[in-house]
Design a protein around this ligand. Sequence first.
Ligand code: SF4
Length: 333
Amino acid sequence: MGMELVCPAGSLTAVKVAIDAGADAIYVGLRDDTNARRFAGLNLDARELEQAVTLAHARRRRLFLAVNTYVRAGAGDRWERAVELAARLGVDALIVADIGLLAHASRNFPELPLHLSVQGSATNPQALAFYHERYGIRRAVLPRVLSLAQVAQVAQDSPVPVEVFGFGSLCIMAEGRCHLSSYLTGESPNLGGACSPASAVRWERDGDVLSSRLNDVLIDRFAPDEHAGYPTLCKGRFMVEGRRLHAIEEPASLNTIDLIPKLAQIGVEAVKIEGRQRSPAYVEKVTRVWREALDAFAATGGDFDVRPHWSRTLAGLSEGSQTTLGAYHRPWQ
Ligand code: SF4
């Protein structure tokens, strides 16, 4: 069997679209702070989650639930209820980062498969062995900070199969530990589920120049011919030693489609598409391209060329209309 294609969905419509476009598995979150993509109007309630599981299983696909924020002290009930719901509805895997929640889930629902979230930030086989021995995780999503050589080393010695990110927005913090957003907005991706909540975003036009702010802090200024991206602090342009530049991270999307043969050779079990906050149309287009690419690779038995229309479609859907291989090919790592 080839690599599993794991696609995002922020609504029931997106679940259906991902299934139709060829996702092998779909991952979703609940409409509360147990979910690291908690944006207004997105995500599923318990009834919709049940419908999503039914839809996926009817088409022989798998449905994963991400309960991937860190449990707030004193409010653990919400996270425990989410685990119980997942077990009751028969989701195919629970994606978890918090070590206490992993312990709770493995103790109380041993039949519920656990995947270690990318937010768990496990970057070596020893860490994965610990999670496997202690909590019985069946898969680990590797952080996007590893180079391809490091992914290969981890996969080779890991006691569990690994999943890697194939396409989507990047986040440069040690996964699960970003405080940039909470510094400006009071909302943290790892606790409350929102990086740069829309309520903090301000757009201002001054003549030809468009400025983006998070609350009152200037994140970027765009000339008329520039793509104005959604403001996140890590992808702002700042003055450093007299030069205005993307000092922390470029606003570009990870795209590893040309690494498919290498990822398969390494033994990667699944490729994940980022973007539960994106529209069903986005999910549909990205899923179709990756389905076609994985099928083409499987059909040729290894002889694989990236087709121009795949690259065109993905570039058009990328942050800043640019793509990058991110840490997979970072020379200084
Ligand atoms: S501010 Fe940037 S690094 Fe931090 S969570 Fe948001 S996207 Fe990730």
